[in-house]
Design a protein around this ligand. Structure first.
Ligand SMILES: [Zn+2]
Length: 233
């Protein structure tokens, strides 16, 4: 494993023994999980850095990495690590913050469509996502919310939306932009996402992977201070 530089808050979690950073062949990975972890890394060719996070039964969060992992990928995994130790209140604030980021983008798309209705096709992801979340809200969806998000996050945002997002949100990361947009539209459509759910954890991690925000600093600080008995998952 190459040398990875951690932020102060990340180093704190490691020093407190709450997070263990290891390679994919580490004996620290519970035997029952090893095959699953290796399968997850199996599609990794070349030097692209990959990482994943798992919460061990003893309350220690394992961040498993392979290759040269970027600052952002690592930040994503450390957000997940902190989420394992965060209070429901902080988890809710983090989801609310993602909703607010998404609101900026959604408003910008709508303003653009009002001025230029011919751009609708370019921003078809907005109408598509609205429709999905209305169906989740009224119970007519046949697929659960989390897999729907994952499926569409591979297809969207459109290039036009991604471009607008990098202008409006100040980060050029389409997967994060789509996550923020999803958080906003789900809330708008009346689908209440449980802040402790896997879906909420991913929406927050993707939204703030490339974006500094005080709620993430709070989340990290709270995780560093939490006694082990407060472990929540
Ligand atoms: Zn994640």
């Amino acid at each position: 494993m190459s040398q990875i530089e951690l932020t102060e808050a990340q180093q704190c979690l490691v020093d407190a023994g709450k997070v263990l950073m290891i390679g994919k062949h580490s004996e620290e990975i519970p035997e029952s999980e090893r095959n699953m972890i290796w399968r997850g890394f199996a599609g990794n060719f070349g030097n692209k850095g990959l990482a994943c996070t798992m919460l061990r039964d003893d309350g220690i969060v394992l961040i498993i990495t392979e290759g040269d992992v970027s600052r952002e990928v690592l930040r994503h995994e450390f957000i997940h690590a902190a989420q394992c130790h965060a209070s429901p209140e902080t988890m809710k604030s983090a989801l609310d913050a993602a909703i607010q980021v998404g609101q900026l983008l959604v408003s910008a798309i709508r303003a653009k469509l009002t001025a230029n209705p011919e751009c609708e096709k370019g921003h078809r992801d907005l109408a598509m996502a609205e429709q999905q979340w209305k169906m989740q809200a009224d119970g007519s969806a046949t697929v659960a919310a989390f897999p729907v998000f994952q499926f569409y996050q591979d297809l969207y945002p459109t290039n036009e939306t991604a471009e607008l997002a990098s202008e409006i949100l100040g980060f050029d990361y389409p997967r994060g932009a789509y996550a923020a947009m999803t958080a906003c539209l789900a809330a708008e459509c009346g689908y209440e996402i449980d802040p402790m759910s896997d879906l909420a954890r991913e929406l927050v991690a993707y939204t703030f992977e490339h974006l500094e925000h005080e709620i993430i600093d709070e989340l990290m600080a709270e995780a560093g201070q939490s006694p082990d008995t407060q472990l929540r998952m």
